[in-house]
Structures are given as C-alpha cells and as structure tokens.
Design a protein around this ligand. Sequence first.
Ligand code: DC
Length: 204
Amino acid sequence: MVFTVAIDGPAAAGKGTISRAVAAHFGFAHLDTGLIYRATGRRVLDGDTPEQAARALKPADLEADGLRTPEVAQAASRVAAIPEVRAALVEFQRDFARREGGAVLDGRDIGTVICPNAEVKLFVTASDEVRADRRYRELVEGGHDVTPDGVLADLRARDARDSGREAAPMTAAADALLLDTSDMSIDAAVEAAVAAVAARLAQG
Ligand code: DC
C-alpha cells in the first residue's frame, strides 16, 4: 500500500511529535525533512557551497549529532531558501513518500510542493509564545545556553524567512486540516491526527 501523510507547520508547533506518533500508530515510515535541510546547513557551516552540500547529502548525514542546535537551525533556514538546494532534495523526499507500506513526512512544503497528492495533509501550528516556550525548554534540557527572548526572536526570524521566501514557502495547502496546538495537550493533538488518517484509510 502506498499512502502519504504530509504534516507541515512552523518550528516547535508539535509536528515532529505528531508525525512520530502517527507513524508508530499505523506502522508507517517517518521522514523529518527538516533534518535534510539541517544536514545541508551543517555541511555549509563546514565549508561546502549550498548546492554542493545538497547534492552530496547521504541518508547517514541525517543521523549526525549536533543537528538540533540553534546555529544549525538558522543555517538550514538560509540554505532552504535557495531553489537549487530544494531542487536537489525533491527526489529523495518523493521516493520516500511513495515507498510501500505508508509514509509520514513532516516539514514546510510537503503538502504543497513535495506531495501535493498526499492522502492526508495536516498543518500544525501554535502561537509564537507557546512554540518559543516549548523550544526553550527543549534546548535547556539539551544543555544549550539560551534565553527565552533569544529563542522567540530566533523562531520569528526563521518563520519569516521560511514563509517569505519565493521557493516553496511555508504555507498550509488549501486542503490541509489545520491543527492549532496552542491550548491542546500532545495526546489530544496526536488523537486528532490519528483520527484524520484513520478516516482517510477507511475510505480505501
Ligand atoms: O523543521 P526544522 O525546524 O528542523 O527545519 C529546519 C529548517 O529547514 C526550517 O527553518 C526551514 C527548512 N525546511 C524547509 O524549508 N522545508 C522543509 N520541508 C523542512 C524544513
């Protein structure tokens, strides 16, 4: 069975947690496409040109340590605005999406550009303050030296770049189900996402 779940939204809205939970629930494979851009950004920080970095990317690069730092997040957002970088990464994502057994991909342009025919599309969002608070806690837990205001400013800068760029900007697909997790527990958000996928699977 080929079945694609596309989950988009801004940073720290909860799409990673929801994607992993949906994939585990249905036994689907999961690809965090942000890691592809983070791994590309990492290579650029190490001296590659953005296009070289995207073309040379290997699946093992997505497992590298240190991809979750604020510095790499900003580098990812910068390389992600370059059309040639995005073009070099399309095929890998589409192949993953159409693999046998079902796939969940989360990112910014999955429902709009990578998989416009995905069987289920979700756009997960939350207020800036809620997202910044979640990300701040994660970073502090990971031992990073950050401030709440700094994290909020970083998130806003990244959102502005990701949604303002010309190449595949972050935006909800017209047919995406919107999920605002600002006042939702993670369990409730996962339940809503699982229900949307189950309803589509039941249609056959
Ligand atoms: O989801 P994330 O925070 O790990 O993503 C890091 C950056 O990568 C994000 O700021 C924008 C970019 N990105 C993108 O442009 N398209 C995607 N499908 C996923 C991420």
